[in-house]
Design a protein around this ligand. Sequence first.
Ligand SMILES: [Zn+2]
Length: 235
Amino acid sequence: MADQWTCPYCNRPCTIGGNDVRTMSGYNSISQEYGYYISTVTVIVCPNPDCRQHAIPLRIQKTNEQGRLYGKTLYSWNLMPESEAKPFPAYIPKALLEDYREACLTKKLSPKASATLSRRCLQGMIRDFWSIKKNKLVDAINDLQHKVDTTTWDAIDSVRKVGNIGAHLEKDVNLMIEVDPEEASLLIWLIETLLTDWYINRYEKEKRMKQLVEVAEQKTNQKKEIPRATSGENQ
Ligand SMILES: [Zn+2]
């Protein structure tokens, strides 16, 4: 059966099925008291010919005596890739991508380590992209208000209003703060949105503008060449 799936390596939405997906299940009971469990390991090979990476999720669920599933998934892990970090292009500064990837990797194990990395990444982005060199993140965000569009500013502002992130924004970005996993996820989401809206959009826009200039130059050259060719024929 074919399913829709987005590859965690190349980020391309694809239809998977057939030889690209294999599922291995193990079903057993702990005891009569604790009941039956089923573990499922799925191996998915990305159908994109330029990628072909392996994604391997593992899931543990409860079943009844007949092996029929009930209730929701008890535990799930991504064996491969370990991190839920999305792929971002290499023209984004390496230090920012490292902080972002480590924030994703530590999200479940240590939301406070993850949030600390995300805050540092956010400050690094504001410093690099907008050349705002304020020591406190809250001051940097305030300076940003008149540089970005209202929607972006509202998104950043709403994240900073959330619980402990907001309460500790004034402090040094390297200071560990207590946050819950949802707050850590919200910060990661903000980083992903800004990496796309700032770095990728700027790159794509510059690429399109360069193409436009090239096309315009070609047209100008063609115009210049036409009379020359005509005069050549007349000689
Ligand atoms: Zn892929």
